[in-house]
Design a protein around this ligand. Sequence first.
Ligand code: IMP
Length: 426
Amino acid sequence: MKRSVVVIGSQWGDEGKGKITNYLSEKADFVVRYQGGDNAGHTIQFGGTTYKLHLIPSGIFNANIINVLGNGMVINPRNLLEEINNLKSLGYDCKNLRISERAQVILDYHLELDALKEKALGSGKIGTTKKGIGPAYTDKTSREGIRMVDFVSSDFKKLYSEKLNKKNEEIARLGGETIDFEKTYLEYKEIADQIQEYVCDTITLLNDGIRNGKKILFEGAQGAMLDVDFGSYPFVTSSNATSGGVCSGSGVGPTFIDEIIGVVKSYSTRVGSGVFPSEFEDEVAKDIRERAHEYGTTTKRPRRIGWLDCVVLKYSTMVCGFTGISLMLLDILSGLEQIKICTAYKVDGKIITTVPANNKLYEKCEPVYETLPGWKEDISKVTSFSQLPENAKHYIERIEELVGVKVKCFSVGPDKTQTIMREEIF
Ligand code: IMP
């Protein structure tokens, strides 16, 4: 019996984690987010309705599942309350939500500093979501952050006043608009009063749960290639989006992790700046963007499109230890004459099969492609692997060969029913 399953994006985020997490959450007692904040955007579709969540795990729709925002997260309390109120207005009471008292809080000055720092970088900008993620993690690491436990306590006023004074100096220095203490404090106080009931010791909650035979689903945000250690630094997010982040961001030890599912989009996308060797821009790319609606859930920016990059997949499998793959958006490739898979990079006349740390070298990497025949059939109604056209089967099997991990499930459409399990995951 599996005690816990982790779902992680294997590429640059937006792989369709929300859908598979929502699917797997039915068997979970807890769904836990362990890193990132509302830079993430999860789209979940069921019963003909589309839901967009940025902070709250998708298990929130099931009253029997406890949804945890773990200690490794950075949480904008204003946006969190808005999400809670939205869910309440749709009939979901959120009584099954818990927030770690150790999670860091994103305040207005983090948003302002995120925007100012991006502006100062000019053409070298990261292309962040401007949600204050980087500045909030910077404060956490430099031990200047405010945690949830402080935010909902009576000490918050003094703490906030001290921090804001310092941050306003920095904002003014960078040419930004300083933040008014009285106005923001009163708003934060009201928010704190409303979210206080959810703030608790989630570490003990989860560990007690796991000892009592409860099942945990860990929901990763962003993707392995946006990880602060393993991604294409500095064009990354500021947290550990890979499996290492699960333990530090939830307080559950590595010995309790039983399965790590890499979510793989059947092609590649990236939002924001940074190297993307298999990127291509032609009519096929445009068609994929429109058919799959490849626009950021959080920022609405058009996503860059590329072929599946197995150098990246092998690398993310290595750093995350994937035990299975969930292949998403396979239906989007239907109708293509040919499908390419990047199997290696060519740089300075040499073939390499790893992701270089040196960005200048990575920029020079040319993708080496293997070309597979496509399939014409509409696959959106298939219910098993055996019903797929031969070329679609071959595409899946080739990915398994190249990456060395089984494709345990695949998805042929946005609805929950269009998720096909080849092997039980939970
Ligand atoms: P930040 O996380 O807002 O600091 O942005 C850093 C980089 O990560 C930028 O390239 C963003 O576009 C990217 N990013 C952050 N969150 C997501 C996500 O959920 N999906 C895809 N890209 C993301």
